[in-house]
Design a protein around this ligand. Structure first.
Ligand SMILES: C[S@@+](CC[C@H](N)C(=O)[O-])C[C@H]1O[C@@H](n2cnc3c(N)ncnc32)[C@H](O)[C@@H]1O
Length: 237
């Protein structure tokens, strides 16, 4: 399923849509990719002892997969109280996995520089489908930048190619960006076209990506944004 292709793509930006959806369909459901496909990439950038935040976690099995694979501190937030309550109940016996109802644009409850990694699978995409998309996306990214430690990573898994996502990410001016891609799950797993752990060259305007992959590759894009330490922040401006 791809965000933005249904008849009511605006709805993906509305909390009421998600509450309704989670009441109708308690899941579990993973957008885009499952943990086992992404694990080799996480291994490159995240340690098992790192404090990790999954934003807009929904009823995905990503957090469960990470904890089963040894990650020790995985915090999940979502704007839908329906899904957060269901997930708190489901995982009440897993102290490594926490669920909190929170809007990713207002993460005031988290201190600045308190997470080593933030993972976003489909959440920026859903904000980009709603009203005031640019403003909401900017608020979200600024909050993500605030709560990341120096050298922490924001890993964005999205259907958005660089022409839709790169400027938005670069405008935050807090991080360096590395691009990876992963074959879409719908593709035959035997026919892997792209190597997940090998970065794709990313030019300033992003055009290098379509030059490397062709104009309509069947991939999800993964932007790994590494926060530069405050003492080096000027270099990135
Ligand atoms: C496309 S789903 C992705 C769910 C999950 N990350 C996955 O990969 O399966 C988007 C999720 O973002 C949540 N969401 C939408 N707007 C949000 C906001 N402002 N703050 C926090 N979560 C939000 C929705 O409730 C929904 O669970």
């Amino acid at each position: 399923m791809t965000l933005g292709t249904s008849t009511g793509s605006h709805a993906y930006g509305e909390p009421s849509y998600w509450d309704h959806r989670y009441l109708q369909d308690p899941g579990p459901f993973d957008w885009y990719q499952k943990y086992k496909n992404l694990a080799p990439l996480f291994d490159l950038y995240i340690n098992r002892s790192h404090r990790v935040l999954l934003v807009g976690s929904g009823n995905s099995t990503l957090g469960e997969g990470m904890v089963s694979d040894g990650y020790q501190d995985v915090v999940n937030i979502d704007i839908s109280s329906v899904v957060v309550e269901a997930m708190q109940k489901k995982y009440h016996d897993k102290p490594e996995l926490k669920y909190i109802k929170m809007d990713v644009r207002y993460m005031n409850a988290f201190e600045s520089r308190s997470f080593d990694a933030v993972i976003d699978k489909g959440t920026l995409d859903s904000l980009m489908c709603g009203q005031n998309a640019q403003q909401n996306a900017k608020m979200m990214l600024e909050e993500v930048g605030r709560i990341l430690k120096d050298n922490g990573v924001y890993i964005l898994i999205t259907y958005g190619d660089p022409s839709y996502r790169l400027n938005l990410l670069k405008d935050i001016r807090l991080w360096t960006i590395t691009m990876h891609v992963i074959d879409r799950m719908e593709k035959n797993p035997e026919q892997k076209s792209w190597e997940l752990t090998k970065p794709v060259p990313l030019s300033d305007d992003g055009n290098s990506v379509s030059q490397a992959l062709g104009s309509t590759p069947e991939v999800h894009y993964i932007y790994v944004c590494m926060k530069v330490s405050s003492s080096n922040a000027e270099i990135n401006k």
